[in-house]
Design a protein. Structure first.
Length: 352
């Protein structure tokens, strides 16, 4: 517990206010786990939405000078969940977070990497930059073993490894027997457009043989909305998929979980779509464009299709066997226990 009357003002920095349900869930968990007495300042793009949704003060995450200036009035910098130290998004994005860590240390503020994934780091300059940045952090908790191993290869010796913080999100009871198939799919450049065909054909077979509707849930509003329409315009969508499909919009992670709890199967490309669906008890299967998705699927023991490899010849059969088979409790419980290290990191930093 925080000392009586003592206030702490951490700056929480991440991919917030970008209308991505996964990052919304990360922020929600982090705010709930901050010790009493913390009054955070959150970096966000859609500031008004984040302020209204979470009741916190914000600053514009896309203006580094503003963020650095507001950091001066804070007590600490917390890089809150996700994979912020990576160069897959862009090299400037990696520079942004590393520079902010350096600014915080120059201002005498502690830096925490909370529930972070590390990488990919595809460029030599990226690895050199992260090698310099990691010692700037007072405390680090990784969300998976692969991130810890990459950090170790870059010279970071102390490893605190847990599971993704979103596993701490409250669970629901599954009630989706005979329910629809929900898709958390995202655009992927290396599949456009012909590479989508085998997956859409497997989806058509699945929908027809199971006699289920298809609900497309855009997990990232700006990236995922209209994906089905774009694929239709590319003439790669089977007729049965079009006839059974509907795009569904929800406003927050809780809304997504309610939808998942009523689904007969969730086919997830998005990591946090997979996590929230499992927490809702839904049957799940993963399509992995990134090792983080594959790692979560393997931890759950659910069907996994690597989108970098050839489509499995019996993919539709794998999915059909998974319908109406809710996610087992044991792996979820283990992954939930793995979030305790992230909560402990916050308590050790702000509760004294």
């Amino acid at each position: 517990m925080a000392r009586e009357g003592k206030r702490r003002r951490p700056m929480i920095c991440g991919y917030y206010g970008e209308h991505n349900l996964g990052d919304d869930a990360l922020l929600e968990v982090l705010l709930l786990e901050l010790p009493k007495g913390c009054t955070p300042l959150v970096t966000a793009h859609d500031q008004a939405w984040v302020e209204n949704r979470f009741g916190v003060a914000t600053c514009n995450r896309r203006r580094l000078t503003e963020v650095a200036a507001r950091l001066a009035s804070c007590d600490a910098l917390v890089l809150g969940g996700g994979s912020l130290l990576q160069d897959a998004t862009s090299l400037p994005s990696l520079f942004y977070y590393c520079l902010l860590m350096a600014v915080a240390r120059l201002q005498g503020k502690p830096v925490l990497l909370w529930g972070q994934g590390l990488g990919p780091l595809r460029r030599p300059i990226s690895r050199a930059l992260v090698r310099l940045a990691l010692p700037l952090a007072r405390g680090i908790s990784w969300r998976d073993a692969a991130s810890g191993e990459l950090a170790r290869s870059l010279g970071q010796r102390t490893q605190v490894i847990g599971s993704d913080p979103v596993w701490a999100y409250p669970r629901l009871t599954w009630r989706g027997e005979k329910g629809p198939i929900v898709l958390c799919w995202r655009p992927l450049r290396h599949l456009d457009p012909i590479g989508w065909r085998p997956y859409l054909q497997a989806l058509a077979t699945l929908a027809e043989r199971s006699n289920r509707d298809l609900l497309w849930l855009p997990f990232h509003r700006l990236q995922d909305r209209g994906l089905l329409q774009r694929l239709h315009q590319a003439d790669v969508v089977p007729k049965v998929v079009l006839e059974r499909s509907q795009e569904i919009h929800v406003e927050d992670p809780a809304g997504a979980m309610t939808l998942f709890a009523e689904a007969g199967l969730v086919l997830a490309m998005r990591l946090h779509g997979l996590i929230l669906a499992a927490l809702a008890g839904s049957p799940v299967a993963a399509l992995s464009y990134d090792p983080k998705v594959a790692a979560a699927a393997q931890a759950l023991g659910c069907p996994l299709q690597d989108l970098e490899g050839a489509p499995h010849p019996q993919l539709a059969d794998q999915w059909l066997q998974q319908i109406d088979r809710p996610t087992p409790d044991a792996p979820i419980a283990a992954l939930q226990r793995g979030t305790a290290v992230h909560r402990a990191l916050l308590e050790q930093t702000f509760a004294n």
